[in-house]
Design a protein around this ligand. Sequence first.
Ligand SMILES: [Zn+2]
Length: 482
Amino acid sequence: MLRTLSGTALITVLLATSAIAQNAKAIVATASKTIGADGLNSITYSGSATTGNFGQSQAIAGPLAVTTITNYTRAIDLAQPASRASGATMPPATPGGPPPQPGTFNQNITPANAAWTQQLEIWVTPWAFLRGATANNATVRSERADGKTYKVVSWMPPQKAPSGQPYRVNGYINDQNLIERVETWVEHPVLGDLHVDTFYSNYQDFGGVKVPTKIIQKRADLTTFEATIASAKPNPSNLTELLTPPPPAAGAPSGAPAGPPPSQPAQSEKLADGVYRITGNYSAVAVEFSDHIVVLEGGQSEARGLAVIAETRRVIPNKPIRYLVNTHAHFDHASGLAPFAAEGITIITHENNKAYLEKALSGPRTLVGDTLAQSNRKPKIESAGDKRILQDGTRSIELHHVENLAHSNGMLVAYLPKEKILFTADFNVPAPGQPVSPAIGTLVQNIDRLKLDFDKHVLVHPPNPDRVMTKADLLELAKGTK
Ligand SMILES: [Zn+2]
């Protein structure tokens, strides 16, 4: 009886699935015809655009500072697929900072990098989305949103997330058979399943192909890209030229990552009894208390976070790590938090970052497949206000909020009064010939306000050559900001 029932149920499901697939095919064909995607192998479009500093904003939950891109031009080869976008950039001015320097925008997506983080930028465009739907057995459902009914076409690309789970792409097709929105999710070391939502409107006809002249992309609900398209050309004859980046300018950085690769085992040096600097481009400090350990800074990736944990346990064996202090929530400083949360270690961050990091690290984590996802643990996050002291009978660590800092409104520095050590992030020693950041002046104002007396200044991003700085070094550097 049970067998018969499940058999019948299975047939019903198969029939329904097949009907949905047929329906999706027809809907995709109509949408494709409507926007002129049949016979479209490539497209180029130009206009003006902006990007937002996602994960680097002064307040981590936004608003994002906007960089403008003039002469924004993008070419997409739907056959390879490949894409190149370029333009001239002007970053936002920082209050009290030097005038922003113009630069160039370069976004090159080639088949050589099949990662969905890269490839999604092609597949969420209306033309590629419809191609992907045809190639990947799309399904369709109806959904009402904002008083409108959409046909939501959904498919899964061939590549799989690090967790082994498939990715999904949903396109929202309106009653005029135009794609208004394409959403997908991608793995992110802080946010877990990061929602990438791209909106298309004001379609206009360019050479028989409909092109959205307004494009907005949001990541985790923050606007990270916006473009106004003024011109477009289907199947451009100079496609190869449009897809070829210019040769790197003489003296340009080679793109090699600074510091050791994240997989390299961490090394450390003793700063004082029970205090160790774990060296690397995102250095950390392990501090021994009578019955536990406090680690300052978790690094820029899961691999680095795991390496910091391993090195901490090597130099201070047989004591649990109780706290991880996060200097600030910028993604390059928060991407190593997940492995600490996975171990049940309490993360301390400034109160301006607490709600954001709590939500980010507790959200769905089906794609990233990291230690936190595997642990099923809810992260334990505590906050520090203007000042918080971690202490026992042996020593203390003072955490202070850095006031009036343009870089981040949730920045903590750690001060060990007995050992006269100050630990800071993102108050960097400039490379030779580069200007001193006004943030150095802000740090000195805060040190004066708090009357912090220290000999050793440990930087998360150490200077080249790698060394521990002094208070005198910092004061000398600060002269460059006056
Ligand atoms: Zn930062």
